[in-house]
Design a protein around this ligand. Structure first.
Ligand SMILES: [Mg+2]
Length: 520
């Protein structure tokens, strides 16, 4: 995100560097110049100057064939519905923007003066087109194989892409299933409760998704709502696998694993429980989005005009919530969403993007933390109920916390300001000692707090956290090796983080049901 605009004199040197980055040197440098010429620049020249839109048209097709071929050969058994989804994921605008940034093509882009001043260098459509134009130029200059040689290292890991697609199906499976059935099959789906079992305080529900009288998916969970979601996810997978068939066959019957009889954490042991707050106890994504919005409105009143975020912004924020580390960063994330930044771009170099924004807008971390806290304080003061409404406990966590406070030593380690966790717990009648909520105000990283307890010779320490990076930081400290590390799989982690966590023997993955056992 350089702020300067290049002049044609600087271009040769930058283009040299770019060819170096891409590992390809052009025979015909006029093609290269054309690829880097934005229409706004061409229109300011006295001489007729070719711009990059024709090359972009060609490069688009070149990218499609290279991606299709690569995906087709990587996944030998996948049906075309999913192959198409994977291809759009690695060839859409956001993907092209990331390729442009990886090769640093944006540094040499020639923009018209007005376009540059309006921030054209970071416009996703411009950056996406630039990669395609560059690829089109490589294709004309060196042929398809050279273009392929450039693309393959840029593509993301296809296994991860597939994983993410499958889990996004899993995130809102009911909505997706509904759309699918209406658009493609012109019919509606409905759900039925097939059975419920187990003790009253921890029941298990089995729901089935029914299409035209045929069961096409079945799912179980500890709440009826979740069991319908699981049934919808199974039904969607089934429908995608049947795509192209004229008649939807019912899936083979599934054998439900019996809920495990013996708990993972036996009761009777006194434990020191160090619990993360957001994403473990409290689902606060919507509240964070609204507070971020209100603070952003205070900072950029001309950009963020409405008093509350529109629903689609809240939903987008929920999906990018995994990339937020501390609440105040939501202010930047909201601004990026308002500016139209694609959700996928939040995966890349977010820390650097925040740093650039901090510099561009002359902000400091202290100011942002203050603004964010002030928004929450005044919201709580004006209307406590409406502040609490968008932050719900995960199912059963309140009851488990109350129980844990009677049996164990419980601490909350959070990156939010302590008073907000305290206010929320108080509202739910959890009598949590304020000194045991260790938050942003103490300026102590979680690993340091844990180290204090290790030094004090505390036994049976369990740390529950939904942010993998934090767990990895703790795992890297040899003196903390007797702290049990648990990755909460119901929190804000991404599917690829869960995948990574599974490969780490030091980190244990727990479900919400395991968490209740741990606290009891
Ligand atoms: Mg968390």
């Amino acid at each position: 995100m350089k702020k300067f605009n290049v002049t044609p004199n600087e271009t040769p040197q930058l283009l040299e560097q770019i060819q170096e980055n891409a590992g390809y040197h052009f025979q015909n440098t006029a093609l290269l110049m054309e690829a880097f010429t934005h229409p706004s620049y061409a229109s300011e020249q006295k001489e007729p100057t070719p711009h990059n839109q024709r090359l972009e048209f060609l490069g688009d097709a070149v990218l499609q064939i290279i991606a299709s071929d690569h995906i087709f050969k990587t996944f030998k058994d996948l049906h075309e519905g999913l192959l198409t989804k994977i291809r759009s994921n690695i060839t859409d605008e956001a993907a092209n923007v990331s390729y442009t940034r990886k090769l640093q093509l944006d540094l040499a882009l020639l923009l018209g003066k007005g376009e540059a001043a309006a921030g054209g260098r970071s416009k996703p459509s411009t950056l996406g087109d630039l990669f395609e134009a560059f690829l089109g130029a490589v294709y004309l200059d060196g042929g398809l194989e050279e273009a392929r040689r450039i693309c393959l290292p840029l593509f993301p890991d296809l296994g991860k892409v597939l994983n993410d697609i499958q889990s996004s199906i899993n995130n809102d499976p009911k909505g997706k299933l509904q759309n699918y059935c209406q658009e493609k099959l012109h019919t509606n789906i409905h759900y039925e409760l097939a059975e419920s079992s187990g003790p009253v305080h921890n029941p298990t529900f089995v729901s089935v998704a029914i299409l035209n009288g045929v069961e096409i998916g079945r799912g179980s969970a500890h709440s009826k709502k979740e069991s319908e979601k699981n049934a919808a996810a199974a039904a969607l997978q089934h429908l995608l696998s049947q795509e192209g068939n004229d008649v939807i066959e019912p899936p083979p019957p599934v054998v439900q694993p019996a809920p495990s009889a013996s708990p993972k954490f036996p009761s009777g042991q006194k434990r020191l429980l160090a619990l993360d707050f957001d994403g473990v106890i409290c689902d606060s994504a919507a509240e964070t989005a609204i507070s971020g919005w209100k603070a952003a409105k205070g900072i950029w009143p001309d950009k963020v005009t409405e008093p509350l975020p529109p629903q689609d912004i809240v939903e987008k924020f929920r999906r990018i919530r995994p990339y937020l580390e501390t609440g105040y960063q939501s202010i930047f994330m909201i601004r990026m969403l308002v500016d139209g930044e694609a959700e996928t771009s939040f995966q890349y170099s977010l820390t650097e993007k925040f740093a650039v924004m901090m510099e561009d807008f002359k902000l400091t971390k202290e100011k942002l933390v203050h603004e964010f806290g002030a928004v929450r304080d005044s919201w709580i003061q004006k209307d406590l109920e409406s502040w609490l409404a968008p932050q719900n406990p995960y199912p059963g966590t309140i009851e488990s916390l109350r129980e844990a406070l009677l049996k164990h030593r419980v601490l909350i380690l959070t990156t939010k300001q302590e008073r907000f966790a305290k206010a929320w717990l108080t509202h739910f009648n959890v009598d949590f000692p304020a000194e045991d909520i260790i938050g942003l105000d103490r300026k102590t990283p979680k690993e340091e707090t844990l180290a204090e307890f290790v030094r004090a010779n505390k036994k049976n320490i369990h740390f529950v956290e939904d942010r993998l990076k934090t767990l990895q930081r703790v795992a890297a400290i040899p003196s903390l090796k007797r702290v049990n590390l648990h990755y909460a799989d119901w929190g804000y982690g991404t599917p690829s983080e869960l995948h990574e966590a599974k490969s780490l023997s030091r980190i244990d993955i727990i479900t919400l049901s395991d968490f209740h056992d741990l606290l009891s």
